[in-house]
Design a protein around this ligand. Structure first.
Ligand code: KDG
Length: 315
């Protein structure tokens, strides 16, 4: 198999109307979790994946497990526990241009993951480990479990890919900075957002942020610049790439995870770094055109057809 990841996936509830949530009556629910968002995107692009996690043995946990399994991700090491609930969060569209996230995940099943979930034989079946900075933020046992998996994966020769995915609602700034920097030193490929570079190094120039991470030992760094695309630095290659076309944004959440899926799939298929970054930009842009984190993730065919804009099937 190609890419393994570990992390928490939740059910997200979104009020159907804009405005403070205290007035909301109707909600829509979706599956959301940065790591499974990326794994689902990879599966859609023909890359095989596996996910390590813990869910509550409850209705929401069963829904997440069937959904993730249904997308083709290997879930042999996803445990259902009776001791804790599946985490949830609410995505409130407070104003039409302002989204607020409210987490109800403290003490969740995933936050109680421990090292017993990590099976060396299973890990050895993969070539890449994909991690995000959310997993170490949710609890100390989850952090220890992820760091143990990182160590085992390095011993087994997996390539490590990391998206810092800073979530300051989940941990304090000093701990976040120290932990993320210590993880970055162990990684081969790093996919930060520009604001994460600012947080970690106090730098706002994407070229300097990438150079800092290269100096810390990374082989490839791609700094995501939102609608402006991304800047990459890999060996002696540097440059900027943008999505093939501008899109109408319906829901921006999940764009970074879609970018990771497009880029990693291109990297695994040995595209040039420039083409892989371009594919990441296209995948990230497409995610934002559909409500939900994963529903807009493109297939290979959709990415290939992207240039034939506004295509309508013959009816
Ligand atoms: O990247 C999107 C994620 O932020 C979202 O799916 C929820 O994983 C999530 C988190 O922990 O914030």
């Amino acid at each position: 198999m190609d890419v393994l990841s570990i992390g928490e996936t939740m059910i997200v509830f979104s009020p159907n109307e804009v405005g403070p949530m205290r007035y909301a009556r109707d909600f829509t629910s979706h599956i959301a979790g940065a790591e499974t968002n990326t794994l689902i995107g990879l599966q859609k692009l023909g890359i095989s994946t596996g996910w390590i996690s813990q869910l509550g043995n409850d209705e929401l946990g069963q829904r997440i497990l069937s959904f993730v399994r249904g997308e083709g991700i290997n879930v042999d090491f996803v445990k259902l526990t009776d001791d804790a609930n599946t985490g949830i969060f609410i995505k409130e569209k407070f104003r039409s241009n302002q989204t607020r996230v409210h987490y109800y995940r403290s003490g969740s099943a995933a936050s109680q993951m421990n090292e017993n979930l990590i099976n060396k034989d299973y890990v050895s079946q993969f070539k890449f480990l994909y991690l995000t900075g959310i997993t170490p933020a949710i609890s100390s046992s989850s952090k220890d479990t992820m760091l143990h998996l990182l160590k085992v994966s390095k011993q087994l020769g997996l390539k490590i890919i990391f998206d810092p995915n800073l979530r300051l609602k989940l941990w304090d700034e000093d701990e976040a900075k120290a932990t993320l920097l210590s993880i970055i030193k162990e990684c081969d490929i790093i996919l930060p957002g520009i604001s994460e570079g600012e947080f970690l190094f106090g730098l706002s120039d994407e070229r300097k942020i990438a150079q800092k991470m290269i100096d810390l030992g990374a082989e490839t760094v791609v700094v995501k610049l939102g609608e402006q695309g991304a800047y990459y630095h890999s060996g002696d290659q540097t440059g900027y790439e943008k999505a093939s076309q501008e899109v109408e944004v319906v829901d921006p959440v999940g764009a970074g995870d879609g970018f990771a899926a497009g880029f990693i799939a291109g990297y695994i298929e040995q595209m040039s770094i420039q083409d892989a970054v371009h594919q990441g930009c296209d995948a990230g842009a497409l995610v934002t055109t559909v409500k939900g984190d994963v529903e807009g993730l493109p297939t290979k065919e959709e990415l290939e057809n992207l240039n034939s804009k506004n295509k309508t099937d013959d009816v």
